[in-house]
Design a protein around this ligand. Structure first.
Ligand code: AMP
Length: 329
């Protein structure tokens, strides 16, 4: 059983010298309002956004999380304060006083694995030009959450020191509307996270293995293909590793599962300071654990309430799920 205790110390408020002892992670992405429909229920406008989910998940393992995002006048202060209380630094979150926050609405199919986007209102995102604060310089890990690919690239370009690991997430919306920019940023990152549909769309290959080969030739050295309730695959050179998803009795809202996975993945790597393929195997189990919590309630609710004990117990459940001895014949 890999040893993955959570990181409890709150690095916020510590003098700069002591902060240097902690690995920091820059998280870039949307902070948004979502409206979600599933076959079993409907939410009002709730807090979402790729960077929000990543930050909530990663903060269980690593602090500080240094957030880069943009919100409008309508984004609640309480939410920003809740993130700060978990060790998320928000100097890089721009607040636009006369525009609305990014809004996304989606409707899940009966399988709760696939969804249709109903609305994407870019609002503040339309003219977002992030400026990475000086205090974020030197971060060892960069998580580029789902966002306009050109903005993801501009964040990489602003960093004076290349992080040890750059992870990028994207989605069909950007594959369809900004493919050239996406291909450019892919050349600059170490790990790409996509779901199986996106891997197929990006490469035109039905076979996941062929799609993985093509993506690994586009730039990233590591590729994670998420398959919703069917787990996730990690590809690197000629190696592949599989992590299951935990079979859950109730899935209320799959929104943010991918981002929570990303937060757990990078949070574990940053906490252990080890970016080897072997440690990435553990990291995708940690990612799967965080995704399994996320889907249990609407929005970010579950990620906010879980404790270290909950995470440890679920890690153990994952280990039991795939722990078998087989007699070779
Ligand atoms: P996931 O379910 O992990 O793919 O992430 C869903 C989150 O991504 C939601 O909270 C949305 O606010 C956010 N989102 C949806 N569409 C986009 C987009 N085109 N760019 C960035 N974030 C998005």
């Amino acid at each position: 059983m890999p040893n993955v205790p959570c990181f409890g110390a709150n690095a916020i408020g510590l003098p700069p010298l002591i902060k240097l002892l902690f690995m920091s992670v820059i998280v870039v992405g949307t902070m948004a309002f979502d409206a979600i429909e599933t076959p079993f229920g409907k939410s009002d406008k709730i807090i979402g956004g790729s960077a929000t989910y990543v930050a909530y998940a990663a903060s269980h393992f690593i602090q500080p999380v240094q957030q880069v995002s943009i919100v409008g006048y309508d984004f609640p202060n309480e939410e920003i304060n809740a993130l700060k209380a978990l060790g998320v630094e928000v100097e890089g979150v721009e607040i636009v006083p006369d525009k609305k926050s990014f809004f996304w609405s989606g409707k899940y199919h009966l399988d709760m694995n696939t969804r249709d986007t109903l609305v994407t209102d870019l609002n503040v995102l339309a003219d977002f030009k992030p400026v990475v604060p000086e205090s974020y310089q030197g971060a060892e890990f960069l998580m580029l959450g789902n966002l306009v690919p050109a903005i993801q690239k501009s964040v990489i370009n602003q960093l004076k020191h290349r992080p040890k690991l750059i992870v990028l997430d994207t989605m069909n919306f950007w594959i369809e509307s900004a493919l050239d920019d996406l291909k450019e940023v892919l050349q600059l990152v170490d790990v790409l996270l996509v779901n199986d549909g996106e891997a197929r769309e990006l490469t035109g290959e039905y076979s996941i293995v062929r799609a993985a080969k093509k993506i690994l030739a586009m730039g990233p050295k590591y590729l994670i293909i998420k398959k919703g309730e069917h787990g996730a695959l990690l590809f690197h050179a000629n190696s592949v590793f599989f992590a299951p998803a935990l079979p859950l009795e109730d899935v209320f809202d799959p929104t943010g599962a991918g981002d929570s996975f990303a937060g757990g993945f990078i949070g574990h790597l940053a906490r252990t300071k080890d970016i080897s393929f072997e440690n990435m195997k553990t990291a995708i189990i940690v990612g799967s654990v965080m995704a399994s919590f996320c889907v249990e309630k609407f929005g970010t609710q579950r990620l906010k309430e879980i404790t270290r004990e909950d995470i440890d117990a679920r890690l153990d459940a994952f280990v039991q799920l795939v722990n078998f001895d087989i007699a070779l014949v």
